[in-house]
Design a protein around this ligand. Structure first.
Ligand SMILES: [Zn+2]
Length: 169
């Protein structure tokens, strides 16, 4: 007689040995987040890795591509196959290097990232007004003018000039 094993919960994920950069779990299925916005994201104090990607100048020219290794795909019944390994190509067109910031994350941390991105997208953009102090700092890639109080909090030893103090009142 055939014994059937009934599972009430999905099997525990097998450890991959590769820790998630954010939560340090070592379960399976790491994902790579890649970001570039023409700014040094290391200001965020997040332990990004780096990856150099070569991007075609303008449109990709199919005639300049030669497939060296075909893609490895997983056929799925009634659905489009899933590409497990992309093809390896030789490209003879012009390319530009792009420096990407990367993070190897678990699925849960990727989900948190997507939630954070959704909150950012759906929040009213900040309108930054000048404080008229002439004290400018670069923060997260944007120039911002500090108030006297913000400057004092940032540099406690700084003595604001009297004209700035009178302007603040
Ligand atoms: Zn994680």
């Amino acid at each position: 007689m055939n014994k059937r094993r009934i599972q009430n919960k999905p099997p525990a994920p097998r450890p991959s040995g590769e820790p998630c950069a954010r939560c340090h779990k070592t379960d399976e299925d790491r994902r790579t987040l890649q970001a570039a916005c023409f700014y040094d994201l290391s200001e965020l104090k997040i332990p990004f890795g780096r990856k150099l990607v070569l991007t075609p100048v303008g449109e990709l020219k199919p005639e300049a591509c030669t497939e060296v290794k075909p893609p490895v795909t997983l056929p799925l019944q009634g659905r489009d196959p899933v590409m497990l390994v992309p093809p390896t190509l030789t490209y003879t067109g012009d390319v530009v290097p792009e420096d990407l910031f990367t993070l190897r994350l678990c699925k849960d941390c990727r989900a948190d990232f997507m939630v954070a991105l959704s909150i950012w997208w759906n929040t009213t953009p900040t309108v930054r007004r000048g404080a008229d102090t002439g004290i400018f700092v670069r923060e997260y890639g944007a120039v911002r003018e500090l108030t006297v109080q913000e400057a004092q909090a940032r540099w406690p030893e700084w003595e604001p000039p009297s004209d700035l103090l009178s302007r603040e009142k």
